[in-house]
Write a protein that binds this ligand. Structure first.
Ligand code: 4AD
Ligand code: MG
Length: 477
């Protein structure tokens, strides 16, 4: 007989036909009611046992966490909260679960505790909902790009270049650290390393994606990226996933339009597909918000926030306007910001981004035309000679979710910029070639996948939206 899933059965009308199901026990009440879950939905199916027909020592083995196989009939439920339930004929215990040892008890656990038990945390409603949404979003992203004529490109994970020029890379080497080969001047001789040069894990697939945009037109990458920034915040991971579209003949305005349409579209898709998961997370979100001081509380529920983003235009503001707003703002005047905004040219910290989005504009914001000095080398210099065609998208509760730009397509300007920043031309000769052979305006952006999931699920810590987070001092599992 075909195995059913909980999700399929809950959508059916009662029939006395025999069905079969396998799953894990969430709870077992009164020696009679098993709440069974198999991961197919946030909901459990109630399985009703006739305990008089079973011996006591067997019933004792039906514990939270045990894997079981049930044969029975789908019948109308008389209890509240469900239309159907399973009248159990036989139960087979596939895997026992010692209730005295199983860490996931049917009660509220802290997220810290569940992080230490990340291999079991998807046995809880919250984490199974978050990871189902993660899966949906991933699919929605591929679907959006494919539906819009983009090609998916796999950028290399091991690279010899530092795309962001921030020097926050993890080295990849097969040299023996106990016995490193040295050059005559005492420095490490990387010519003897596996690739014959220094290599690292990629911080971004953008530079390679640009090469493909300049032939295939519209491409995107969706892969893991690695950053050795020692920032132990709730928004940074050392290993995270990034989506990077890159489009030939598209300028900064087109880039903003694409990013906005894309974000709205994937959130809408998830809202439709994961309704029940989101309704569950919505309740959790509201409970969490209630515990915060009034001024920090979100004015909207999770689902309202998602709908708000989907249905409203993002506010487009230049860096220069934003600095003026920040300079005149209350927290700046009252010295409430940790980093006060004094001059044009200051980098924006997350406190400033969040002020703009959450207090001032109260909607997603696209900041553009940043000072060249605070942005990466590859961004298109504006006619004013001091700003670049960069854009960051800021979301409520998250801050920066997307970073992108129009790329510098002029060979001489790019070379000058690289020289100023001491980026050797030999390292990026192929990147410069794009500017020699049929150069053209082109643009793209990078979306931090986990930051998007944080927004979509209302989770407050980025460690809770990726299966096994990698952060400073932590690479368990
Ligand atoms: O702003 P970033 O550094 O931009 C780039 O890497 C460009 N090459 C993208 C492009 O134009 N193709 O990173 C892009 C996004 C950020 O906006 C943020 O959402 C996310 O990646 N991000 C991180 N997410 C989690 N942990 C980290 N340490 C992150 N660093 C960046
Ligand atoms: Mg950025």
């Amino acid at each position: 007989m075909k195995l059913s899933t909980v999700s399929e059965l809950l959508a059916k009308v009662p029939s006395l036909k025999e069905i079969e199901i396998k799953g894990w026990v969430r709870t077992f009440r009164a020696n009679r009611f098993i709440a069974l879950n198999d991961g197919s939905t946030i909901n459990n199916i109630q399985c009703v046992v006739d305990f008089e027909k079973m011996d006591e020592s067997f019933l004792k083995r039906i514990t939270t966490g045990a894997a079981i196989h049930i044969k029975g009939e789908l019948v109308e439920s008389l209890g509240r909260g469900q239309k159907v339930e399973i009248k159990v004929n036989t139960i087979n215990i596939l895997g026992d679960c010692d209730p005295d040892e199983f860490p996931i008890q049917p009660k509220k656990h802290t997220f810290e505790f569940l992080r230490e038990n990340a291999h079991l945390r998807t046995r809880t409603n919250t984490f199974s909902a978050v990871m189902r949404i993660r899966s949906t979003l991933s699919f929605a992203i591929h679907k959006y790009f494919v539906d819009n004529g983009f090609y998916h490109m796999h950028a290399p994970i091991i690279t010899g270049s530092d795309a962001e020029g921030a020097g926050e890379m993890f080295r990849v080497s097969s040299l023996n650290p106990e016995n490193l080969p040295k050059s005559e001047d005492g420095s490490i001789d990387y010519s003897q390393d596996f690739f014959g040069k220094e290599t690292n894990l990629t911080v971004s697939g953008q530079l390679e994606a640009e090469t493909y945009a300049m032939s295939l037109g519209k491409v995107y990458t969706f892969g893991p990226t690695f950053r050795a920034e020692n920032s132990n915040t709730s928004r940074h991971l050392a290993e995270f996933w990034m989506i990077e579209p890159e489009v030939a003949f598209m300028d900064l305005a087109g880039n903003m339009d694409l990013a906005e349409d894309f974000l709205k579209n994937v959130l809408k898709y998830t809202l439709e597909k994961n309704r029940e998961d989101l309704e569950f997370l919505d309740k959790r979100f509201l409970d969490e918000e209630k515990r915060k001081p009034q001024i920090e509380r979100s004015e909207m529920s999770l689902i309202e926030k998602l709908n708000f983003v989907i249905n409203n235009n993002f506010k487009r503001v230049s860096y220069t306007e934003a600095i003026e707003i920040l300079r005149q703002s209350k927290p700046n005047k009252k010295k409430k910001f940790k980093y006060l905004i004094e001059n044009w040219g200051s980098d924006l910290q997350s406190e400033h981004e969040r002020f703009l989005v959450e207090k001032h504009f109260k909607c997603p914001v696209i900041l553009f035309d940043y000072p060249a000095t605070i942005k990466a080398f590859y961004m298109r210099l504006n006619e004013d000679g001091k700003t670049v065609r960069a854009m960051d998208i800021l979301f409520p509760g998250i801050g920066e979710i997307v970073g992108g730009s129009q790329r510098e397509e002029r060979l001489e300007v790019l070379k000058e910029k690289m020289a100023k920043l001491d980026i050797p031309e030999e390292e990026l000769w192929w990147y410069l070639d794009l500017r020699k052979y049929g150069t053209a305006v082109h643009s793209g952006f990078g979306l931090g996948f986990e930051r998007l999931i944080m927004f979509a699920t209302g989770m407050g810590n980025i460690r809770d939206v990726i299966p096994y987070p990698r952060t400073p001092q932590n690479a368990e599992f």
